[in-house]
Design a protein around this ligand. Structure first.
Ligand SMILES: [Fe+2]
Length: 368
């Protein structure tokens, strides 16, 4: 196989040779210290008001894992300039990225508050000893049942580029044993083969059927990172949450890079983007000219936005109550839901909330 990849005439904006090699070999890349710090400070400032937990009283952290809706968003290049450059390099140039969808990044936090008690053995009287040193329970990552690729708003084919990259924005550190995302590095091949053999594609939530083979995979990485880091995952790299064995709020967001057009897996000039090259390498091919989807492409309202957007009003109520308690009025609360119809219409277009509901409806239940 003599696969070439497209390198812009002026070279990459961010990637080094080592970055390219890492992405091709592992399917992901860490861009350190990439997030504009002002947004971490501004958006994290009212996290505890939004979730309604007392940061100093763990007994109020009643639900360990929470997906929140988005209240604020800024252009991707403003939010994390270095990471944006890396995204452009990985997908083959800025002009391939959709100009509206996923072009703004926001504060749709995914919080894992953890629970250190699960590591402690009960004493003879059934109580947990707070002084006991926690013991990690060995777990084979492959045995987790939550392996998936991100795709809740389109019919997935091998060449679908609605999620060219899954992005992890770290708003806090991700500590060892602290709930970092697990990546199944050698499982991309099985996902590609699955979609090659299923040209009819899959609609969410059934797309997770493409991850059954992860159980037999050998190479996994559990992410550890610093606040401000950005991790870029190939869209077909299976991943899952891991257990947070600590009492701390691990906070990330999980947006994506979306392309205007499907991947071209049969380029006459051989100048494949790096995200296309990962698929070809996984399949052991120079090109895949025979692959053609046999059903129409579909896009729809993000299925998991159902339960997240149902949280908007209770969060707004808590944010307004917190402002009032400080002697401030509602106009000081920063949320797109308080900025009028035009702002909300733009927000809905950017996030696919203007699309019809898909064939399997909405997910109205908090998931992990
Ligand atoms: Fe995911």
């Amino acid at each position: 196989m003599s696969l070439s990849t497209f390198i812009p005439p002026d070279g990459y904006r961010y990637l080094t040779e080592a970055d390219v090699a890492h992405f091709l070999d592992h399917g992901w890349l860490l861009v350190p210290d990439a997030i504009n710090r002002a947004y971490i400070g501004r958006w994290m400032a009212d996290l505890w008001d939004r979730v309604g937990y007392d940061p100093h009283d763990e007994s109020t952290w009643h639900t360990e894992y929470l997906h929140l809706p988005r209240h604020r968003e800024v252009r991707a290049e403003e939010f994390a300039p270095k990471a944006w450059d890396a995204v452009c390099d990985l997908v083959g140039g800025e002009d391939r990225l959709d100009e509206v969808r996923e072009r703004w990044h926001g504060d749709q936090f995914i919080c894992n508050f953890g629970n250190a008690d699960r590591m402690r053995q009960p004493t003879a009287d059934g109580q947990l000893d707070p002084e006991q040193e926690p013991k990690r329970v060995p777990e084979r990552p492959q045995d987790r049942t939550t392996w998936h690729i991100d795709n809740d708003w389109f019919r997935q084919f091998l060449d679908s580029s609605g999620v060219a990259l899954t992005i992890v924005h770290c708003f806090t550190d991700i500590l060892p044993d602290g709930g970092g995302t697990i990546l199944a590095e050698d499982a991309i091949k099985g996902v590609c083969e699955f979609f090659y053999n299923h040209p009819e594609g899959l609609d969410p939530p059934d797309h997770n059927a493409c991850c059954g083979h992860v159980r037999g995979c050998q190479r996994s990485t559990t992410l550890e990172a610093k606040a401000g880091d950005v991790i870029l995952l190939h869209g077909l790299l299976p991943h899952t949450n891991s257990v947070n064995y600590r009492n701390y709020a691990r906070v990330i967001t999980n947006p994506h890079a979306t392309l205007r057009q499907p991947y071209d897996l049969d380029r006459s000039d051989g100048e494949y983007s790096l995200v296309e090259s990962v698929i070809l390498r996984a399949m052991g091919r120079d090109s895949i000219p025979e692959y053609k989807p046999i059903r129409e492409r579909l896009s729809f309202y993000p299925r998991t936005a159902g339960f997240k957007r149902a949280k908007v009003q209770p969060e707004l109520d808590r944010m307004i109550a917190a402002a009032t308690a400080k002697g401030l009025d509602e106009s000081t609360v920063d949320s797109v839901y308080l900025k009028g119809d035009e702002a909300l219409r733009e927000h809905e277009m950017r996030n696919g909330y203007d699309l019809p509901i898909g064939p399997n409806g909405l997910n109205m239940t908090q998931h992990k």
